[in-house]
Design a protein around this ligand. Structure first.
Ligand SMILES: [Zn+2]
Length: 479
């Protein structure tokens, strides 16, 4: 088989985390509502209904464009993309075409050569999602909750050289978008959808080969498998003297192969034209600069900053692999000095829960704010280490609020400073021999004294964090 050069470009769609839809006040929570519960004349496309642009969607798009190092177009407009499909209730989609929100950005990934590779991003634009079709019992039903939900499209230049690089790029892109709070990117819920185009050409060729597009893969490994399959298929066709047909293909995961969905002859002419119901959008320079100044430190830099907080390479790696960096950053934002404590609890308790439940962090009910509050309860000595684990398990599975849930689960330790001090003093006073041994350097005696104190407290019906007792004991032993 000839050694061809592979060229891959990737288009990613993500749903933005706004409260309302892109052009109407309907709730943007397609997963949380019953079918067809978020609908109005605008997102149903009823005659005479007028859209208006969601400012928060615009802001999140701006954040993404800035985080992806794009040039922001300060004056932009929306356009109608016309086509007919049952999930497109208006018969057109409001999108951006000639003037996208952001252009000429980049992200870096570990390239196939082993060096850092810069992936050029052609454009970032905003548009609206379509409704969802549900195929069941030979019928097709429409759920319009998603119709008009804010959607962002991010397109790379064809600069990736393999399925592996495409996977690296999409994982990095996802991490950056989640880190910046632009989208939750839950792939299993369709919040992030990936399409790739693939072509091959003989080494040194000045033009790219004919490309095929692979639509909407369900996961990163599916995308990589589909790209690698296409590269092999193209090479086989070219080697046998055939021609590649420009077409769109789907991925059959069960059989690990792509299949034709539609050929170029069926390609739509979308007849784009500026959306007449929306005025052009002008982004004031001071607003763009304000958003730029409010960005958290860049993702790569944040990763490096964890080293300065004393987070070990093994823990940083575990955080990356478990997609927990953005979660950690969000949890630590109100008090960055808590980072090492939060990392420790994430890596030991939360990753333990992930392993036990099989539920990934992005799908869990535990949010960063309640995670931070739960950890501070323990830091403040209000719950024990075992209590924290119980609380985190509850929040992880069912959600809730750290403080009230700790109380409801009976995890709050009584504030028994006086009782603890008395118990410590009694234990020491009752064991003058042990105190002498401790002072002579036999430090193990300290744990025996701790045991005695805990036993006495328990006998008195007190639930106290051993750590709190230990601290009081240490102070007493040193005085
Ligand atoms: Zn609506």
């Amino acid at each position: 088989m000839t050694a061809y050069q592979t060229t891959v470009g990737v288009e990613v769609h993500v749903e933005l985390t706004t409260r309302s839809k892109m052009f109407c006040p309907c709730r943007n929570a397609p997963q949380d509502l019953g079918e067809n519960q978020a609908a109005c004349p605008v997102c149903l496309g009823l005659p005479g209904a007028l859209p208006s642009v969601n400012r928060e969607a615009l802001r999140l798009g701006l954040v993404a464009a800035l985080a992806l190092n794009c040039r922001v177009n300060p004056r932009l407009w929306f356009e109608r993309k016309n086509y007919i499909y049952p999930d497109l209730v208006k018969g057109y989609q409001i999108s951006q075409y000639a003037m996208p929100l952001g252009e000429d950005g980049w992200l870096t990934i570990p390239g196939d050569s082993g060096e850092e590779k810069r992936v050029d991003i052609l454009r970032v634009h905003l548009e609206e999602d379509t409704a969802k079709l549900i195929h069941a019992n030979g019928e097709t039903l429409v759920d319009v909750n998603r119709s008009g939900a804010p959607l962002m499209e991010i397109v790379t230049r064809p600069v990736l050289s393999s399925g592996r690089e495409a996977e690296e790029y999409v994982r990095k892109l996802r991490a950056v978008l989640v880190y910046h709070g632009v989208s939750r990117c839950r792939i299993q819920l369709g919040e992030m959808r990936v399409e790739a185009n693939v072509s091959i050409a003989p080494p040194g060729a000045t033009e790219l080969g004919i490309r095929t597009e692979i639509k909407n893969q369900a996961g990163f490994n599916h995308m990589r498998g589909a790209i690698e399959y296409e590269v092999r298929r193209h090479a086989e066709v070219l080697d046998s003297g055939g021609r590649i047909r420009q077409e769109t293909r789907g991925w059959d995961d069960a059989n690990q192969k792509t299949f034709v969905q539609r050929s170029k002859e069926d390609a739509h002419d979308y007849r784009y034209f500026p959306e007449p119901d929306l005025p052009p959008v002008v982004l004031p320079a001071n607003w763009v600069e304000e958003e730029r100044s409010r960005l958290p430190e860049p993702y790569d830099q944040y990763l490096a900053s964890l080293a300065r907080h004393g987070v070990s390479p093994a823990d940083r790696d575990a955080l990356s692999r478990n997609d927990a960096l953005s979660f950690l950053a969000a949890a630590a934002r109100p008090e960055p000095e808590s980072t090492p404590r939060l990392v420790k609890r994430l890596v030991t308790d939360v990753f333990g829960i992930i392993n036990a439940t099989g539920v990934r962090l992005e799908a869990a009910k535990l949010d960063p704010e309640n995670f931070r509050q739960a950890v501070s309860l323990q830091t403040a000595g209000r719950i024990s280490a075992a209590g924290l684990r119980t609380l985190l398990e509850k929040l992880y599975r069912e959600g809730g609020e750290a403080g009230p849930d700790a109380a409801r689960l009976g995890l709050l330790l009584e504030d028994d400073s006086a009782a603890v001090l008395t118990a410590v003093e009694t234990a020491i006073a009752a064991s003058p021999g042990m105190l002498a041994e401790f002072r002579a350097g036999k430090v193990a005696v300290r744990n025996a004294l701790l045991g005695k104190t805990m036993k006495a407290l328990k006998a008195g019906g007190k639930t106290v964090d051993p750590r709190q007792v230990g601290e009081v004991l240490d102070r007493a032993l040193q005085s």
